[in-house]
Design a protein around this ligand. Sequence first.
Ligand code: HEC
Length: 135
Amino acid sequence: MTKNKILSVTVVAFLFSFSSAFAQSKPWPVPKDALLIKNPYAIDEGAVKSGKLLYVKYCVTCHGEKGKGNGIAAAALNPKPADHTSAALQAEPDGSLFYKVTNGRTPMPQFKTTLTDAQRWTLISYIRTLAAKPR
Ligand code: HEC
């Protein structure tokens, strides 16, 4: 190998590792019928309160106390935990968020067996309160 070739291989390898270290989350397809599912429970103060307690217990380590995706475990994860305050996330239908919390996708755990349907819906109600306030 010539010196130039070695250099370009190194540069390519460097760029590749750089881009994968900062990889954005890939699109996460949600089945159409799951998208249409509506929260069958009341979305009220009680639901939001229960959701918050579960969020602190199960989600904050990765998603952060305010849901910004910056929990203490976040630095080690690829892709990074989602920012629950972002406009993009808040634009997703409830059914989409519910599907993702239910099924997970590595490194995001699945909560299908850990939490009941009702508990997962309270989490969605709570996540809705995290929307970034317009400045
Ligand atoms: C071990 C770290 C970890 C924990 C704990 C965790 N998450 Fe996640 N979460 C992630 C990661 C990483 C992603 C991005 C996954 C991807 O895009 O493939 C994610 C993605 C999500 C998404 C999808 C966001 C989007 O863009 O649509 C939702 C919703 C979500 N998490 C909710 C929760 C809730 C609610 C809890 C607690 C019950 C929780 N997560 C616990 C790491 C975690």
